[in-house]
Design a binder for this molecule. Structure first.
Ligand SMILES: Cc1ncc(COP(=O)(O)O)c(C=O)c1O
Length: 416
């Protein structure tokens, strides 16, 4: 009789077996919206990956690598050699390609491995709010405690006082993503100096996410905090091919760090995934040798798309008080008279306009109920929508047409 346990009872029992971290990992409302968007065949301005083809010279290199039978576990040392040259040129860093670089499966794995490499139970890690969602999960899985410092809207300014107060004796690291997802902020030299000074005086590591390093606009230039005086020895840089070469599915990334940390990251990476995909590592050699014209064209194309989407959104009533300086997102504030929350707005945008974007609340981490959020001055956390513009011009034009079809006599997007 005992064998006849129902599936529900079994899965109930099995849930008991989940780790406490796994129990906290629930599907985000964003996934639900993704399903709704699929059902409505909505134009996708939600997800941060290009819908246009990857550059032919890179694709050809991958095809050649497969045909040349680079199809087994593999470490392509040439990637480290090229990266060492690149960070010397871009940031003036002296990196030993034999010891200071770990190739991983995308920035995502490099970041997770970095957290496992440096965090002990209860160590605190400072993050900016809003921030990209995956950092928190990695920190928590490694036993760390995320501590958020709010960036102040509308320009997502870093408040030195708030930053200083967030440090404690348990602070192990600070995570810095610039250019920043979701806001498009590029941290200024002064802000980086402030963060660097805090790291130096508190003997704290900086862990960077520089995946948008080549996507900056106007006069903005990406500066790695590792290039500031004394910081290379306490910085872990993470980045990848994903965004720069429009190959988010290839899963080739890296961590650059002082030798003992890079070695720990490499060991963790080897135990978990062994190696990044061999043919795509081979193709990375071609990607990383791309001409300066390639990077300039990438920047200019994205700048054009940014301007197009900013104009589109402002034209239908969004408040764009901060024009993205880098990355490929616009974090747009809902019109003043819009009574919908960010999640409600996106649901209606999908159903009525056939366009999907991401509600901003998923990027904020102030753990308060809605009514208390406003009282505490964080009401803005339900007022932003993230639009990704890493899409073909045809996709962006269709989105403009669909949204344009819903504007009222005053020229503003009207969703009921
Ligand atoms: C800020 C940021 N970091 C990292 C990633 C993921 O990078 P990868 O594909 O190299 O894992 C993304 C993807 O959206 C991102 O926006």
């Amino acid at each position: 009789m005992e064998d006849k346990v129902t599936t529900t009872e079994k899965s109930g029992d099995m849930e008991e077996k989940l780790s406490s971290v796994a129990k906290t990992l629930t599907p985000s409302p964003i996934q639900e919206l993704s399903h709704l968007a699929q059902r409505c065949n909505a134009i996708n301005l939600a997800e941060g990956f290009p819908d246009f083809p990857a550059p032919p010279h890179i694709k050809n290199a991958a095809v050649t690598a497969i045909n040349s039978d680079f199809n087994q576990y593999r470490h392509v040392q040439g990637i480290c050699d090229l990266l060492a040259n690149i960070v010397k040129q871009m940031h003036g860093l002296d990196v030993d390609p034999l010891t200071d670089i770990a190739i991983c499966c995308g920035q995502s794995e490099a970041f997770a491995a970095a957290m496992f490499a440096i965090i002990d139970q209860g160590d605190e890690v400072i993050l900016f709010d809003p921030s990209f969602e995956t950092y928190e999960v990695c920190i928590t899985m490694a036993g760390g405690v995320p501590v958020y410092v709010a960036l102040d809207p509308p320009h997502w300014t870093l408040d030195l006082d708030k930053l200083t107060k967030s440090f404690t004796v348990r602070t192990k690291a600070i995570v810095l993503n610039s250019p920043h997802n979701p806001t498009g902020k590029v941290f200024t030299k002064d802000e980086l100096e402030t963060i660097a000074e805090a790291c130096r005086t508190r003997d704290c590591l900086a862990v960077t996410d520089e995946v948008y390093e080549h996507v900056t606009f106007d006069k903005e230039k990406h500066i790695s905090i590792a290039s500031l005086p004394g910081m290379q020895k306490q910085t872990i840089i993470t980045s990848s091919l994903s965004k720069t070469f429009s190959v988010t599915g290839w899963r080739v990334g890296w961590a650059i760090a002082p030798a003992c940390i890079a070695s720990a990251i490499r060991n963790i990476h080897t135990k978990i995934t062994d190696s990044a995909p061999a043919p795509f590592q081979e193709a990375a050699l071609t990607a990383l040798r791309s001409s300066p014209e390639y990077f300039e064209l990438l920047r200019r194309d994205y700048e054009f798309k940014r301007d197009y989407v900013v104009k589109l959104l402002a034209g239908v009533g969004f408040k764009i008080k901060f024009k993205p300086q880098g990355s490929f997102f616009v974090f747009a504030e809902l019109p003043e008279d819009c009574l919908l929350s960010d999640v409600e707005f996106v649901k209606e945008l999908i159903k009525q306009a056939g366009v999907v974007a991401v509600p901003g609340s998923g990027f904020f981490h102030t753990k308060l109920p809605l009514d208390k959020l406003s009282e505490a001055g964080f009401g803005y956390q339900r007022r932003y929508i993230r639009f990704a513009f890493c899409k073909s011009n045809a996709t962006l034009t269709s989105a403009a047409q669909k949204m344009g079809g819903l504007v009222d006599a005053t020229g503003f997007l009207k969703l009921q």
